[in-house]
Ligand binder design. Sequence first.
Ligand code: MN
Length: 275
Amino acid sequence: MINKILTAEPVIEGAGVKLKRVFGFYEKGELDPFLLFDHFGSPNPNDYLQGFPWHPHRGMETVTYMLEGSVEHADSLGNKGVINNGDVQWMTAGSGIIHQEMPLNYNGEMQGFQLWVNLPKKLKMTKPKYRDILSEQIPIINMNENVKVKLISGEYLNKKGAVTDLGIEIFYLDVNIENADVFEYEINSEYTVFAYVYEGDAMFFDSKSVIDKNQMALFNKGNQIKVTTTNSVKFLLIGGKPLNEPIAWQGPIVMNTQEELQQAFVEYRNGTFIK
Ligand code: MN
């Protein structure tokens, strides 16, 4: 059953980017291991071209999934590149990166998602890592002619997702249902699982629980997910095993203790942040 429904709220982030925040900074406990989830996008480049200039991350991961448009990134490791329509960037900040994420002008509605995933204590200071996954590298499972599942990470019908080298257990699916069909997914009963609808609407479990566009449903643990739609729906289905560790969190740095958090900011100021 559904534990809670959240509706994405407008916020301004980075250097003035208008985006929709689904969750972040408030619901720390019940969404463990997830920290924040943003849905960005607009038909108006003035809403996003300011981008996210140089900023640090430590102790967590960012997962950026572009539906439409392009984001150029560059970082303190010397990486530089562009992620385009359908591509994913899965970044493990670990001990620390300083990067910038700048959306490029796009003729149409730029759209994408960024998820923040917490890292367990034992991986907080791991070596930073980027995974740039091209759209064509992401397996698409056609359950039938009406149900398509893009498998970014995790497993579905014995197939593995594009990202397999994670230190934590996370599944990330993009599900597309047409012609009022049904999708079912069996989940590990320990996992925190949520669905975010970005197009159309759908009923999760039964007809009383309709989730509309720009809404997220957080599920009770231990359910088998069953989704039906009267027409068509596109949604992300994301789950992960809770870490159950203390969180000391400020902005883009997420540690276990206040001392570690203060240490990170001291290092950022005195130029020793990058290991
Ligand atoms: Mn960032």
